[in-house]
Design a protein around this ligand. Structure first.
Ligand SMILES: [Zn+2]
Length: 219
């Protein structure tokens, strides 16, 4: 079983990825982590990667697939869960070719849909404890600290991360739309795109995801 998760920032993609990974014993592939891991290696390729990442230049599809293929060949678990990948149609096509080579295919592309205003509330309300790193949200009643700007657990001061403001949210959200709209069409045409309403609790979202999987597996 191979799955791709698509979601805007703050839609709970990481949480759902973890839940799916555990329930279906999936091999969670984060290309970002793979690139960083490669860059920490002490060989020539690692050094080259480190240079690319530090320069901030976009890593080419060529290099991404070289690393990805090598990594997957070494993995026993070929039930894959992709998170934040593919980023464009070219990568999507190459991913398909790669899976076909292994007589495999993509089964599900889940699009987690959350109303933009809700995402904005989630992001602009985030506060983090400077001392213990606990996360709060001043826009969500159940996640508010008991005392303003003070951590419930350690009484440390809470702060807002630089990019958790409305302006950078708008930029990140627009980037997400630009990047994913073509992919959404692409997978919709292949009839493997499933839209999941994700304005609900993480348990409810997860239940919906599992519902789709179980239903399709029975066919
Ligand atoms: Zn704290």
């Amino acid at each position: 079983m191979n799955i791709i998760l698509l979601a805007p920032p703050a839609a709970g993609k990481g949480t759902q990825a973890e839940l799916l990974e555990n329930k279906y014993h999936l091999n969670h592939i984060s290309t970002g982590d793979l690139l960083r891991k490669t860059a920490s290696r002490d060989d020539d390729f690692g050094k080259k990667m480190k240079g690319i990442l530090e320069s901030g230049v976009l890593v080419s599809d060529e290099i991404i697939f070289e690393i990805l293929t090598k990594h997957l060949e070494s993995c026993e678990n070929k039930n894959l869960l992709f998170d934040g990948f593919p980023r464009n149609i070219h990568q999507a096509e190459r991913l398909e070719e790669m899976l076909e080579k292994w007589h495999d295919k993509l089964d599900f592309v889940f699009l987690l849909e959350v109303d933009k205003e809700i995402l904005k509330q989630r992001i602009t309300g985030r506060r983090i404890c400077r001392e213990c790193g606990s996360a709060y949200n001043v826009n969500i009643d159940s996640l508010k600290p008991k005392v303003d700007s003070i951590c419930d657990k350690c009484h440390g001061n809470l702060y807002q991360r630089d990019d958790d403001n409305e302006k950078s949210f708008e930029i990140r959200y627009q980037e997400y739309l630009d990047k994913t709209s073509a992919l959404i069409d692409y997978y919709q045409n292949k009839q493997i795109l499933y839209r999941i309403q994700s304005d609900q609790s993480k348990e409810e979202v997860f239940q919906e995801l599992c519902g789709v999987i179980e239903k399709e597996m029975k066919k």
